[in-house]
Design a protein around this ligand. Sequence first.
Ligand SMILES: [Zn+2]
Ligand SMILES: [Zn+2]
Length: 252
Amino acid sequence: MKERIHTIPVNEAFLSGDECPFCYLERQVEQRVIKYTLGSGASYMEPEVRGETDRQGFCGAHLKKMYDFGNTLGNALILQTYFVGLFEEMEQEMDRFRSPGKRGLFGRKGEEGESTLVQWMRKRQSTCYVCGKIEYNMERYVETFFYLIKDGEFRERVENSKGFCMRHFLRLMEAAPDLLPNSQLDWFYPTVFHLMKSNMARVKGDLDWFIDKHDYRNATAAWGNSRDAVSRTMEKLQGLHPADPPFRSEPR
Ligand SMILES: [Zn+2]
Ligand SMILES: [Zn+2]
């Protein structure tokens, strides 16, 4: 099988034992982007990178992760220029603003009935530099996954994985009809449905036992795989690693 730039990480993710190989990849990209931006390479000082962070800003979740990473001065510099641009645009939008008056029952709904200020704010708040980079990479990982399905060894790796979180299951279901020929779709659907059903049942069983373990009658029984059942259930549902410690510039 021809090696492509993304085949190695995708293969690794399916061997990771993670509740979702795409969450495993997503975490890798996220940490790489945060480290690239704020780490010792100080990419935030490069005009090209700063231009992008000024334009796109950060979502709440990534502001928190940038804060946790450390490099407070780096964060301050990124926020300073972002803030200047945001403030200027906000002032311009406020100057242009005219009250639309109370919206009647049959008034125009949606974008056309909205002020440009509201449209501008929504656009400003919908972008994130880190999310954008994650999305760019995840698209390639998903394409690589479907490309690798041709390979019998990879299909076996998928069959032996723990399935996917609901978020990435949706993503695969959306992309499959565009990226797989019919012959491979015939493998894909039953395999992925079986993986999802059996692994959701497994995680649910772990969660049940986690709860039952709190019954005094089970005090001496073994935990089995249930100690981290809550964080793994959360991952299966929304594709996060809630038990991860904050990703920091250097271990403290
Ligand atoms: Zn996932
Ligand atoms: Zn984000």
